[in-house]
Design a binder for this molecule. Structure first.
Ligand SMILES: NC(=O)c1ccc[n+]([C@@H]2O[C@H](COP(=O)([O-])OP(=O)(O)OC[C@H]3O[C@@H](n4cnc5c(N)ncnc54)[C@H](O)[C@@H]3O)[C@@H](O)[C@H]2O)c1
Length: 98
């Protein structure tokens, strides 16, 4: 993976597969990792562990997802290079229109 210049957002990042992905993206050298989860406590735990940023987000709410991306870009600049969306599916595409 070429993640050195990438901002990565992992939803459901507070536990399970998402947490494992956060750790892997850290190991792969991602520029910045946003740990997004409906559970603010576990999101912060993972973010603290990997030196990332925690954002509370319920992916079933469109407004939360829009706010997540806007906040991630505001905090880290540029655009989101990779979105890993859990728990239902994984996508990897630019978020056009946000
Ligand atoms: N298809 C497969 O082969 C396969 C295999 C394993 C797991 N799964 C699925 O992948 C998903 C994740 O599995 P896991 O073991 O990592 O689960 P998990 O319960 O350990 O972690 C899920 C994380 O998502 C968060 N979350 C739940 N709802 C959310 C929401 N609306 N918005 C934001 N965050 C939310 C939880 O707080 C938790 O941190 C599950 O849906 C599971 O069924 C599929």
């Amino acid at each position: 993976m070429h993640l050195a210049d990438k901002l990565v957002v992992v939803t459901g990042g507070g536990n399970g597969i998402g947490r494992a992905l956060c750790r892997r993206f850290k190991a792969e050298g991602a520029k910045a990792i946003v740990v997004a989860d409906v559970n603010a406590v576990t999101a912060k735990q993972v973010a603290d562990e990997i030196g990332g940023t925690a954002i509370t987000c319920d992916v079933s709410r469109e407004a939360d997802v829009v706010a997540l991306v806007k906040q991630a870009i505001a905090q880290h600049g540029g655009r989101v290079g990779q979105v890993v969306e859990k728990p239902e599916r994984v996508i990897s595409q630019p978020l056009i229109g946000i």
